[in-house]
Design a protein around this ligand. Structure first.
Ligand code: SIN
Length: 364
């Protein structure tokens, strides 16, 4: 009797195990919610929409070829995690990004997020300037709803293309209530990053998006986001920036510091009408003696000078490698030069006061 009971118990476990294996062996994940979120995919181009000559072409392909409907069709599992609709906002390789494209995208995002029938947005984007678009939107989107930027390092035609799974994860992320109020997110390679801190760190590797030293926010795993950190700086609804009526942004450019540098780029940019210059200095934002007089003269002409660093990590210390109070310069805090440019452009839509602009660099 005892043996009979032990056998039935054992058989029950074998049956349960078999059923579980069958359930997990299905090609597509089970629906995560009976009432699916409405996620709009805004496509803008990039490698994620790129095509190559062969399945092994991972360099020398053409970005921005495949349309949004094809991107969605390539991931049938999307239907199980959200009600997905697509829209082609523009179709470019992201090295050709402009302030005008950003304004167009930001206005569209704000219009959509104001609608009750949109719960979250995924933006497919080239990886080259993805971090910049993400930070721009992080400062100008006026909604708590999730906005996720996604790209791919391999074109859609490549063997083991990373785009489809990145899109799948991003839609899951945008559909999740856990993603609300966290600013604009970046999702590639199973990692969730904050727009302010993320940067592209490798020219071709799939694991290129990192927030060096500060760290990413969480992982995508088993069809859901797992968050471990939150963005500390203000974003989206808590910023003072409003692009709804803007047709253009103030001209801000970047000059790079290096050995033997001359003042020529600074002078040329001021002559071309720059309203702000980000100096990507060496070390803790140090400026070559050959360039400093050009920046001082630029400031005297009304140009805002931000002392940044080409290093990639760390705080540029105010009044450290230059007397910023005396020179009336601003420091970039931890923003890399390309993101400092974005914040300065938006700051200049509100004020020309360096004390106010410095406050913004310590706030966002
Ligand atoms: C681009 O940024 O459009 C090309 C490169 C990429 O998406 O990886």
């Amino acid at each position: 009797m005892k043996i009979h009971s032990a056998l039935s118990h054992h058989l029950a476990w074998v049956l349960l195990a078999l059923l579980t294996v069958t359930a997990y062996a299905k090609d597509e994940p089970a629906p995560v919610s009976a009432k699916l979120a409405n996620v709009r995919i805004l496509a803008t181009g990039g490698t994620i929409a790129g095509t190559g000559a062969t399945s092994t072409t991972t360099v020398g392909y053409t970005a921005a070829k495949v349309g949004v409907e094809q991107l969605i069709e390539a991931v049938p599992a999307l239907k199980q995690v959200a009600n997905v609709t697509g829209e082609q906002v523009f179709q470019i390789a992201s090295e050709n990004m402009t302030d005008e494209y950003w304004l167009k995208l930001a206005k569209r995002v704000n219009t959509l997020l104001a609608q009750d029938d949109v719960d979250g947005i995924v933006i497919t984007h080239g990886t080259d300037t993805l971090e910049e678009t993400a930070y721009f939107l992080n400062l100008v989107v006026k909604s708590h709803k999730p906005v996720v930027l996604v790209g791919a390092m391999r074109p859609s035609t490549a063997m083991s293309a990373d785009g489809p799974f990145n899109i799948y994860n991003s839609v899951v992320l945008a559909a999740s209530p856990d993603s609300a109020n966290k600013g604009v997110l970046v999702c590639l390679n199973d990692q969730i990053n904050a727009a302010r801190d993320v940067t592209k760190t490798n020219t071709t590797s799939l694991d290129t998006f990192r927030a060096p030293e500060l760290g990413f926010l969480g992982y995508m795993q088993s069809n859901k986001p797992h968050f471990y950190r939150l963005p500390a700086r203000k974003h989206t609804v808590d910023t003072e920036f409003d692009v709804s009526k803007l047709e253009a942004l103030p001209k801000v450019d970047i000059v790079y510091g290096y050995a033997n540098v001359t003042r020529t780029p600074v002078d040329a940019l001021v002559a071309a009408g720059a309203k702000g210059i980000i100096h990507a200095g060496v070390g803790d934002g140090s400026i070559h003696n050959a360039v400093k007089p050009a920046l001082i003269e630029a400031r005297q002409k009304g140009v805002i000078v931000v002392r940044g660093s080409r290093v990639g990590n760390g705080i540029v210390a105010r009044n450290g490698e230059a007397n910023d109070d005396e020179l009336d310069f601003v420091v970039s805090d931890t923003l890399n030069p390309q993101k400092a440019r974005i914040l300065l452009m938006l700051a200049l839509t509100k004020t020309n006061q360096t004390s106010e602009i410095q406050r913004m660099f310590y706030t966002y």
